[in-house]
Design a binder for this molecule. Structure first.
Ligand code: NAD
Length: 259
């Protein structure tokens, strides 16, 4: 892909996922972008999680640092940005990937605290990290912001109102970043993954009671996606090959039905 070599890319949620085993989308994004020659800043909830991926990138001959961050905490985000700029001098590409899933409950059964937790991590986190990184991009008049939404950013599903609402919000936020800063050299885009076999269900037997089974099997691809299929699309969106894509969220979901 054009233009990724030596680019400094910050990936939030770049660790191995909540249970630290198997693949997460962020971790595979980091390793794929490193293969394209990008320098990677892996940001995750703990230093240990961030370092695990950074170490993998370095072991494969790439360049990476791990930084602990809680994307819902403005001070923590500021400290992450400062450390990242100290390490590499700039951030060319920000990937707002950190996120947590809904409770798979109908609206009346969702606790207010659960609603707030998801809105904080999945939506406010994107706002805060973008707010933290944008000033340094604007100083240089260039930067790419990639926000990870979801198929749930355009459809309702069993994942629940709090996640669906936050991910719809991420698509709106992406448009607004593009509207506000596109003319100043910032290219904001989104990606909408369908159901991807990350750590949460790698190895699990996929049966009709599996989350999103109907939605997934009705789609033309008729299968769950692989983390690599999202990571490669992210490499494209981050690259100069996607230079005329602004403000849109690209679905990478096997053709999930919209409703
Ligand atoms: N896996 C899927 O099927 C799927 C589908 C659509 C969208 N997504 C979205 O893709 C993104 C990654 O999903 P995943 O499946 O890899 O999840 P995951 O749970 O495997 O990984 C998410 C990572 O984010 C980190 N994280 C969570 N809260 C954080 C916080 N407050 N601050 C910093 N880091 C935090 C976790 O530690 C973890 O490493 C999420 O935004 C998710 O909503 C995933």
């Amino acid at each position: 892909m054009r233009g990724l070599k030596d680019k400094v890319v910050l990936v939030t949620g770049g660790g191995h996922g909540q249970d630290q085993s198997g693949s997460s989308l962020g971790q595979v994004m980091c390793t794929e972008l490193a293969k394209e020659g990008s320098k990677i800043i892996v940001a995750d909830l703990t230093q240990e999680r961030a370092d695990a991926t950074a170490e993998e990138v370095r072991a494969a001959g790439g360049e990476a640092v791990g930084i602990a961050v809680d994307v819902v905490d403005e001070d923590s985000v500021k400290a992450m940005v400062d450390t990242a700029l100290e390490a590499f001098g700039r951030i060319d590409v920000l990937i707002n990937n950190a996120g947590i899933f809904g409770a798979y409950l109908p609206l009346l059964e969702i606790e207010t605290s659960q609603w707030e937790k998801i809105m904080d991590v999945d939506l406010k986190g994107v706002f805060l990290v973008t707010k933290g990184v944008l000033p340094s991009m604007l100083e240089r008049g260039a930067g790419v912001v990639i926000n990870v939404s979801s198929a749930s950013g355009v459809v309702a599903s069993e994942v629940g109102a709090e996640y669906t609402t936050a991910k719809h919000g991420v698509i709106g936020l992406t448009k607004q970043i593009s509207y506000d800063y596109g003319h100043q050299g910032i290219r904001a885009v989104g990606i909408g993954p369908g159901v991807i076999k990350t750590a949460a269900f790698e190895g699990a037997e996929i049966t009709p009671d599996f989350p999103f089974y109907d939605l997934t099997m009705q789609a033309p691809a008729g299968r769950y996606g692989e983390p690599m299929e999202i990571a490669r699309a992210v490499c494209f969106l981050a690259s100069d090959d996607a230079s005329f894509i602004h403000g849109h969220t690209i679905p990478v979901d096997g053709g999930s039905p919209t409703r």
